[in-house]
Design a binder for this molecule. Structure first.
Ligand code: IFM
Length: 454
């Protein structure tokens, strides 16, 4: 492919801004890629239960096999090395290393992550682990799941055990990925495992998730973990459809429920009390905010689109000037700059930030060994420009992880939505680098060379 960078190059200013002290990465999660659902003593998670229940996912698809990464890990690490990434963000399947979520550990499961970390390090790729990416052991769900305070204590034990085993070799450890999704999509909207529809319960769950985060930080630090510790929150900017007071208020409430709901307990010791928020946790105990507010070594943020708030009936549609992704999500890179500069101004003393996920689902097709995914390259380019603008405005952002390395299991959407830089043919498990992967490789190589050229 001759110079993919030319027609779609980053601006010279962005190249200069991102050419120093900036990590280039790719991200995945365990249930979405590993497969091997019953291999080597892995216990079932709530996603095994949910995806096997009738009517929960597109075509009833499950993560039983997914990308078969558990068996193809060296090949997948070789792909990352070929792309030239600095870092790889993956998650650990709790039920693979502790089948019930309490009690006995599974040595074979721990050994898999040992091998993954060592294989990455041997290739010069920094391993960034996430402890919880939505796959609670079913054994803990049977005891009440995240509705139970005890699950937060079990999570702290699990975190300390993993940190003792891997912490000396990990570049970062994140406690949770996108706790909003666990709470809302899993416990209020019934869209994700465990599939409950109870808004009041979801508020309680959000509190136990944050509590478990704080307890895990305490437990890992007590265990002497040297790796930097943090959490990954999914965030958006919020825009009101019109200047009306109602639309402005709706945008503010949605931002409070989505962004501030997680930022304020961690950085300011309280939940937002805005009028529009209907459900508040009923399970806060004295001392909880001191636990939740443990200092962070970094803050992970995932950004895909903005919140669009309209109170009209029917709602005023978002402008979608740059179109929508295959998920139907508006492409709105300015929202990333707005979000990052907004939290930078609002919260004093934020730790360094990593963009831990950003990417798009695209209706990719493999034709004669090539996937021509120009829309994904455009999406990446525009979001990197947005990060650079935030960096120039003073935001301490240190890296970008594309979601995702591979096409994979997109939860309730099954295998329908392709987010990968690498195309996966699920029938053969053959991997093919898309044009976006070639572009990313070239971009990383050019920027790593200094102020950027090529
Ligand atoms: O695939 C998910 C991922 O598991 C969490 N963040 C959003 C991605 C795209 O929906």
């Amino acid at each position: 492919m001759s110079n993919l960078n030319d027609p779609i190059a980053l601006t010279p200013q962005t190249r200069a801004t991102l050419s120093r002290d900036f990590a280039w990465g790719v991200a995945t999660s365990a249930y979405q890629i590993e497969g091997a659902a019953a291999a080597d003593g892995r216990g079932p998670s709530i996603w095994d239960t949910f995806s096997h229940a009738p009517g929960k996912t597109v075509r009833g698809e499950t993560g039983d096999v997914a990308c078969d990464h558990y068996h193809r890990m060296p090949e997948d690490v070789a792909l990352m090395a070929d792309l030239g990434v600095d870092a790889y963000r993956f998650s650990i399947s709790w039920s693979r290393v502790q089948p019930l979520g309490h009690g006995a550990w599974n040595e074979a499961g721990l050994a898999f992550y040992d091998r993954l970390v060592d294989t990455l390090l041997a290739r010069g790729i920094r391993p960034s682990a996430t402890l919880y990416h939505w796959d609670l052991p079913q054994g803990l769900q049977d005891l009440g799941g995240w509705a139970s305070r005890d699950t937060a204590l079990r999570f702290a034990d699990y975190s300390a055990h993993v940190a003792r085993r891997l912490g000396d070799r990990l570049a970062t450890i994140s406690t949770h990925n996108e706790p909003w999704c666990t709470a809302k999509l899993g416990h209020a909207w019934g869209k994700f495992a465990p599939g409950f529809r109870d808004e009041a319960l979801a508020a309680d769950v959000s509190h136990h998730l944050l509590l478990s985060h704080g307890l895990a930080l305490q437990a890992m630090r007590a265990a002497g973990t040297r790796a930097p510790l943090g959490i990954v929150l999914n965030h958006s900017s919020a825009s009101a459809a019109t200047d009306s007071a109602a639309d402005q208020a709706r945008a503010a409430t949605e931002y409070a429920s989505f962004v501030r709901w997680y930022m304020e307990p961690i950085f300011e010791g309280a939940y937002p009390q805005d009028e529009g928020i209907e459900h508040h946790p009923r399970n806060v105990q004295p001392g909880d905010f001191a636990i939740i507010g443990q200092p962070l070594d970094f803050l992970g943020i995932n950004y895909y689109t903005r919140i669009w708030a309209s109170t009209a009936q029917p709602p005023v549609p978002a402008p979608c000037a740059l179109g929508v992704t295959d998920m139907g999500w508006e492409i709105y890179p300015e929202g990333l700059t707005e979000l990052l500069t907004g939290i930078h101004q609002r919260y004093a003393g934020l730790p360094p930030i990593y963009l831990m996920e950003n990417g798009m689902a695209n209706a990719d097709v493999l034709v004669d060994g090539r996937v021509a995914d120009a829309p994904r390259i455009d999406y990446m380019r525009r979001h990197l420009e947005a990060i650079a603008r935030a960096r120039e405005a003073g935001v301490d952002i240190r890296g970008f992880f594309y979601w995702s390395l591979l096409d994979n299991y997109e939860w309730d959407s099954g295998y329908d939505k392709r987010f990968g830089l690498v195309h996966v043919d699920y029938a053969t498990q053959r991997r093919t680098l898309k044009d976006s992967a070639l572009w990313y490789r070239e971009t990383i190589a050019n920027l790593r060379g200094g102020a950027g050229h090529g």
